[in-house]
Design a binder for this molecule. Structure first.
Ligand SMILES: NC(=O)c1ccc[n+]([C@@H]2O[C@H](COP(=O)([O-])OP(=O)(O)OC[C@H]3O[C@@H](n4cnc5c(N)ncnc54)[C@H](O)[C@@H]3O)[C@@H](O)[C@H]2O)c1
Ligand SMILES: O=c1ccn([C@@H]2O[C@H](COP(=O)(O)OP(=O)(O)O[C@H]3O[C@H](CO)[C@@H](O)[C@H](O)[C@H]3O)[C@@H](O)[C@H]2O)c(=O)[nH]1
Length: 443
């Protein structure tokens, strides 16, 4: 791509999604300016440093900022002149409610409107309740800026975010009808030229479908995880093994083995809040019953965290008070430092609440966890966590935990009891080394 041909892009909101999107778009050759109201985040990004852990991000941040294709600002007026503006601000769960909080989306759009010029394209990436795009399009029309709106939901997974952005499984464009839609599509095609030239499937549709594709994809994934966790609950009272069950049903190509790992369940900044926001929106639309099952998906999910806590208590004869428990894992999944709605951190907090002396460790998520829960004790090394522990609970399946040597680990602990909250250990090897092994839905 030659300098003058590059599309000038702005990214509004440089959190997990926005920072990765900005750096990846620059990596693909576009001129990008990232904007965030959080000045500390902007300072870190401007220095080429990722404010969170994401494999591959530091490398592309450094190369793109050094090449001049990527810069960051906390001054919204600097977005003037960009042709395409990606909206990537947060849409968290409202406090005490299921619905999504759209405050950040609305504030960001209001601050962007004075910077827009005729023919500019605002592209929504944040996950929003269906109907939001139509409302924002009307607001932009009323502003008289002459800008257009498209909704282009994002499906990246943390831990694989750069790869997922540069080579997505599919692209979805929600665009307006008629000529304006064609203009929007042409700009998006230019931005995603690399992915499209690699035959990435493209779905071009209306706003409502694009918004619904995103939330229904997450609802499906959450349902798949809660389905297998429901089977784990049945396995627990019948002596069956849910991991073998998952393998066996997963061989059916119509079902597939992915997202059938039973354990302490799903967490993170997306699946939990997205299924709740979907339920709330469906209720507003008078169709609450259509997705009523999502409340059960949520309930099954939360029960599994409790199950891990109960297993620890049960294994210690019903009493954890003042007993040292090693909690291996804090992040909501491996290869991430994200602790938003983390089942692992929740298990640690619950055990602490029961009076246990929790010592938790995680390769990347200690700093975030300590900020949120300073009452917990943390240690950098697994060995320190294991030393003198009366029980060990594995709640995030980091490679370093999966590959622990059960013989060496046994020499450190006071009691060889392990609760495998992610079914990620070799049960036979741990038992052979003398451990009492308890998994989630497997004997
Ligand atoms: N994290 C993911 O893996 C992922 C993947 C797909 C979709 N999403 C969706 O993307 C959105 C962002 O998620 P996230 O995980 O990056 O959240 P985040 O909380 O990490 O980042 C949001 C950022 O927006 C900034 N912000 C808030 N108000 C602003 C404003 N008015 N102007 C500019 N910046 C503002 C915040 O300071 C923050 O840095 C959500 O809707 C989420 O559901 C996230
Ligand atoms: O078999 C499985 C698979 C996942 N999980 C858990 O499910 C959660 C979510 O995992 P994952 O989906 O890999 O993480 P996210 O990065 O939150 O990605 C989800 O949420 C994003 C934000 O909307 C979407 O873009 C992605 O497509 C969607 O996978 C984590 O706690 C995992 O431990 C399980 O318990 N069992």
């Amino acid at each position: 791509m030659k300098g003058d041909d590059r599309v000038k892009i702005s990214v509004i909101g440089c959190g997990y999604l926005g920072a990765v999107h900005a750096a990846s778009m620059a990596e693909l050759g576009h001129d990008v300016i990232g904007f965030d109201v959080d000045e500390a985040k902007i300072r870190s990004l401007s220095a080429g440093e990722a404010p969170f852990f994401e494999p591959g991000l530091p490398e592309i941040l450094k190369s793109a900022t050094a090449s001049g294709r990527l810069r960051f600002t906390s001054d919204v007026t600097e977005l003037k002149g960009a042709k395409v503006h990606f909206l990537a601000v947060g849409t968290p769960q409202k406090a005490g409610e299921y619905a999504a909080d759209l405050t950040y989306v609305d504030l960001a759009v209001e601050s962007l409107i004075p910077q827009l010029s005729e023919g500019d394209l605002l592209v929504g990436k944040s996950t929003v309740p269906v109907g939001t795009a139509a409302r924002l399009a009307a607001r932009i029309d009323a502003s008289g800026s002459g800008a257009l709106l498209a909704w282009n939901p994002e499906f990246l997974r943390e831990g694989f975010a750069v790869k997922d952005t540069i080579s997505p499984d599919r692209l979805v464009y929600g665009i307006p009808e008629g000529e304006r839609g064609l203009v929007a599509k042409a700009l998006l095609d230019e931005i995603y030229a690399t992915a499209l030239s690699n035959d990435t499937p493209l779905v071009v549709t209306d706003y409502a479908t694009a918004e619904l594709v995103k939330v229904s994809a997450n609802a499906f994934l959450a349902t798949k995880i809660s389905f297998i966790n429901a089977m784990a609950e049945i396995a627990e009272v019948t002596g069956a093994d849910v991991t073998q069950l998952a393998d066996a049903i997963g061989f059916d190509a119509r079902i597939g083995r992915r997202f059938l790992n039973a354990g302490v369940g799903f967490g993170g900044g997306c699946l939990p809040k997205d299924i709740r926001a979907f339920s709330a929106r469906a209720e507003e639309l008078g169709r609450g019953e259509s997705v009523a099952f999502l409340k059960e998906v949520d309930a099954i999910n939360l029960r599994r965290r409790q199950r891990a806590v109960d297993l620890v208590v049960e294994s210690l004869g019903g009493q954890v008070y003042q007993k040292k428990i090693a909690v291996l894992g804090l992040a909501f999944k491996p290869d991430s430092d994200d602790i938003r709605d983390s089942p692992a951190l929740d298990v640690a907090v619950q055990l602490h609440g029961l009076g246990a002396e929790v010592v938790a460790t995680d390769p990347e998520a200690i700093a975030n966890s300590a900020r949120k829960h300073p009452q917990l004790s943390f240690t950098e090394t697994v060995e320190d966590a294991l030393h003198g522990a009366e029980a060990v609970v594995v709640v995030t399946e980091w490679k370093e935990f999966r590959e622990l040597d059960p013989v060496a680990a046994k020499a450190l602990v006071a009691n060889a009891i392990v609760i495998d909250g992610r079914n990620c250990l070799d049960a036979e090897a741990w038992r052979a080394a003398g451990w009492t092994y308890r998994g989630m839905g497997r004997p």
